[in-house]
Design a protein around this ligand. Structure first.
Ligand SMILES: NC(=O)c1ccc[n+]([C@@H]2O[C@H](COP(=O)([O-])OP(=O)(O)OC[C@H]3O[C@@H](n4cnc5c(N)ncnc54)[C@H](OP(=O)(O)O)[C@@H]3O)[C@@H](O)[C@H]2O)c1
Length: 307
């Protein structure tokens, strides 16, 4: 989830740029998020692995990719939730594979990648989307194991996903990875330090990987989808209940953002991520990008810089 800008206890989100995916800011339902988009035609026939695929954003991403013609490999901990998510993609079953796995299991992502290769023969892209919010409160008061668990899922899980698919991608000199992060990783988010620090680490991991992968023709992005009305941020009331007293201020901010138009339309968030997987933004590999970035313009200026 992204942090509340303007709140002294929150990170400050970077300024948004014009939004190519949804300039009018229309369309924020999960159904709209799944409608086919001609710019995503390049994804037809590709194989994409999505972690946290039964969660709010993961489901919407999986649906958009499936409807763009991709073969989608969904993973997450809960087999029933994964099956429901797979059934909800609205595409033939032979283009979908659900492989349950817990990112705290060192071998889980290797099993997912192996299953994807067995079934589809290739893995073109990985969306490292799964994450937990972690404990909330003054850092020194939090249970250390619970704080570290957020690092295990949010950082080590991403590392494990990358390590599982990169031998295949580098061998084929092709592939794209999107690590779903948050503006909370770009700057501080006091009282949510486990989430903030884990996302910061993923942003830096992405920068390093991009340079290492340059000669292998594999791109990797750190992508902040914006504040969404699905998943972690969907229901501020439940969020406050689930995360205890320290969550009340964040829940109030979430309500305020929803009321004041601060949410990113789900379709924008999903389409921008999918565009990253088409290769449209490959010159931007390694960068932290947001749902409101003008990807095409940024990619052009990067190409011009490189000349
Ligand atoms: N919602 C927002 O406003 C927002 C804003 C900025 C960034 N984001 C980012 O978007 C991504 C998706 O978040 P969301 O809002 O959709 O939250 P969500 O609905 O809670 O989804 C998170 C997913 O992660 C999976 N997960 C958690 N622990 C796992 C583990 N140990 N092993 C495997 N999977 C695990 C969960 O699946 P199971 O429980 O089935 O395992 C769940 O489906 C996250 O990276 C989040 O940081 C969200």
């Amino acid at each position: 989830m992204s942090g509340p800008p303007g709140d002294p206890l929150s990170p400050v989100a970077p300024a948004g740029r014009a939004d190519p995916a949804d300039p009018a800011g229309e369309g924020d339902s999960a159904d709209q998020a799944g409608s086919a988009d001609p710019r995503l035609a390049g994804l037809t026939g590709s194989t994409v692995v999505v972690t946290g695929a039964a969660g709010g954003f993961g489901r919407a991403v999986s649906r958009a990719l499936a409807q763009a013609g991709a073969r989608v490999v969904l993973t997450g901990r809960d087999p029933d939730a994964l099956d429901r998510a797979a059934a909800g993609l609205g595409v033939p079953a032979d283009r979908v594979l659900a492989v349950p796995g817990d990112l705290t299991d060192p071998a889980a992502m290797d099993r997912v990648a192996a299953a994807a290769l067995r079934r589809f023969g290739r893995v073109d892209a990985l969306v490292n989307n799964a994450a937990v919010f972690g404990p909330l409160g003054p850092t020194w008061t939090l249970d250390e194991r619970s704080w570290w668990h957020a690092m295990e899922v949010n950082l080590r899980g991403v590392l494990r996903g990358c390590r599982a698919v990169l031998p295949h991608m580098t061998a084929h000199r092709a592939g794209r990875i999107v690590n779903v992060v948050s503006s909370a990783g770009r700057t501080r988010w006091p009282l949510a330090s486990a989430y903030s620090v884990s996302k910061a680490a993923v942003i830096t991991l992405t920068e390093n990987l991009a340079v290492e992968l340059r000669r292998h023709a594999v791109s990797v992005f750190a992508y902040h989808p914006g504040l969404l009305d699905v998943g972690m941020a969907e229901d501020p009331h439940r969020f406050a209940e689930r995360h205890g007293p320290a969550a009340r201020a964040i829940a109030a901010w979430l309500r305020d953002q929803a009321d004041s138009g601060g949410l990113t339309p789900l379709r924008t968030a999903v389409t921008t991520l999918a565009l990253l997987l088409t290769g449209a933004a490959d010159p931007l590999s390694g960068q932290y990008l947001t749902a409101r970035d003008a990807l095409a313009a940024l990619a052009c200026s990067r190409k011009a810089d490189a000349r």
